[in-house]
Design a protein around this ligand. Structure first.
Ligand SMILES: Nc1ncnc2c1ncn2[C@@H]1O[C@H](COP(=O)(O)OP(=O)(O)OP(=O)(O)O)[C@@H](O)[C@H]1O
Ligand SMILES: Nc1ccn([C@H]2C[C@H](O)[C@@H](COP(=O)(O)O)O2)c(=O)n1
Length: 222
């Protein structure tokens, strides 16, 4: 039997990771944060002093990254880097290297390996279009840029970090533009993806919507 996949794609800080992890937990499915793989490659490049335009070296790093997703944390070569990969500079680096076709190709099979019974919930930019084109349910989860900046701002303040709302909004818009403009696997809503705009929704409402859509598919046997 094919292992079901719920693919959640969308722009930065739209809440994809939060919603995907909660849906996975409710269904007892595995969860893959595909952006973490791009962020890990960017962090690795920084530590190993690999230039962000050295496509060959970056692809090799992406292919061989000693990564583990364990105890809800992300480990690189045995070190917990869960917080480090969330830094804005790493997010920007991830967005830059994500435009390189060889890096995307190197990460493809690593992502597909997460498709294991009883099911997978995954979030990113091309989960429904490229990595799991036969996903059971495809969602484009979004929110206005202002709302996303506000969410990111609150996230940083809650972590005790300093933050500037206008700077965050500028960074989000720059990252959206780069992710959407690249020729390979650009950020966009695919025709077969359901749109979920969470600007006016709580996390619980977004999670219930995804679960409702998935249950209707299961009930209808599609
Ligand atoms: N309705 C909502 N749906 C999802 N997340 C929300 C919602 N309201 C607020 N948030 C908050 O928005 C913040 C950003 O969410 P999250 O990190 O999951 O986004 P993301 O899309 O995975 O970001 P990135 O692409 O940068 O990894 C979190 O603090 C989350 O709790
Ligand atoms: N499937 C994916 C996942 C991520 N990326 C790129 C684009 C993002 O700017 C960057 C970081 O992702 P995030 O953690 O913010 O989801 O990685 C991608 O191109 N494809």
């Amino acid at each position: 039997m094919t292992v079901p996949v719920i693919a959640i794609d969308g722009p930065s800080a739209s809440g994809k990771g939060t919603v995907a992890a909660l849906v996975a937990s409710r269904l007892g499915f595995h969860y893959l944060d595909s952006g973490a793989l791009y962020r890990l490659t960017a962090l690795y490049a920084r530590l190993d002093e690999i230039e962000l335009d050295d496509e060959e070296a970056l692809a090799e790093a992406a292919l061989t990254l000693p990564v583990e997703f364990r105890d809800s944390q992300v480990w690189l070569a045995g070190e917990d880097v869960s917080e480090e990969i969330r830094a804005e500079v790493i997010g920007m680096g991830a967005s830059k290297i994500a435009a390189l076709p060889a890096v995307r190709a190197a990460l493809l099979e690593r992502q597909r390996a997460f498709r294991q019974a009883p099911g997978l919930v995954t979030d990113g930019r091309d989960m429904g279009s490229v990595v799991f084109p036969d996903a059971t349910l495809k969602i484009f989860l979004t929110a206005s840029a202002e709302e996303r900046a506000d969410r990111r701002y609150k996230q940083l303040i809650n972590k005790g970090e300093s933050a500037n709302l206008q700077q965050i909004l500028d960074d989000i818009e720059a990252r959206d533009a780069r992710d959407a403009a690249r020729p390979v696997a650009p950020l966009r809503q695919e025709p077969d993806a359901k749109r979920l705009d969470t600007t006016e929704l709580t996390v619980d409402q977004a999670v219930e919507t995804v679960l409702g859509w998935y249950q209707s598919l299961v009930v209808s046997g599609k």
